[in-house]
Design a protein around this ligand. Structure first.
Ligand code: HEC
Length: 121
């Protein structure tokens, strides 16, 4: 490995560290919006139903009985822009959902009785 390769490697590592730092700061800033987990959960209820089983409109998805991992991953995808939707992408930002919130939301809605759970049993 020559000096040029080493310096570009160092540069890339530095950039990666910087990117991680910025996103951690952004996450902390977003999380610090003064909303409790319960308030965030209530906000979901306005469109998905309190238990995630009464979507406001036919094209709003059922969350009740969905796999927890699927819900958590979908929320992360909206946050990180891997999945975009004008309403949901905005919700995730406005509510300042943290990774921990997303895990808890997944567990909460997965634990509710939904169409999937009703049909299986
Ligand atoms: C203003 C209405 C509204 C609010 C509030 C809202 N959602 Fe949504 N949500 C939607 C709509 C509409 C979609 C469908 C988006 C799409 O097709 O990508 C959706 C999609 C989703 C999905 C993807 C489901 C799937 O089947 O792929 C998840 C997970 C989700 N919402 C969770 C939440 C959680 C958790 C909250 C609260 C933090 C929340 N939503 C708040 C309207 C809302």
């Amino acid at each position: 490995m020559n000096t040029k390769m080493i310096s570009s490697l160092v540069c890339a590592l530095g950039l990666a560290a910087f990117t991680t730092l910025v996103s951690a700061e952004q996450a902390a800033a977003a999380a610090d919006n003064g909303m409790s987990f319960d308030d965030k959960l209530k906000a979901c209820g306005a469109c998905h139903g309190e238990k995630g089983d009464k979507p406001l409109a036919p094209d709003y998805p059922m969350l009740a009985g969905q796999h927890a991992d699927y819900i958590t991953q979908s929320l992360k995808n909206y946050r990180d822009g891997r999945r975009t939707h004008p309403i949901m992408s905005m919700q995730v930002k406005a509510l300042g959902l943290t990774d921990a919130d997303m895990v808890k939301l997944g567990q909460y809605f997965a634990g509710q009785t939904g169409l999937t759970t009703l049909n299986i049993k």
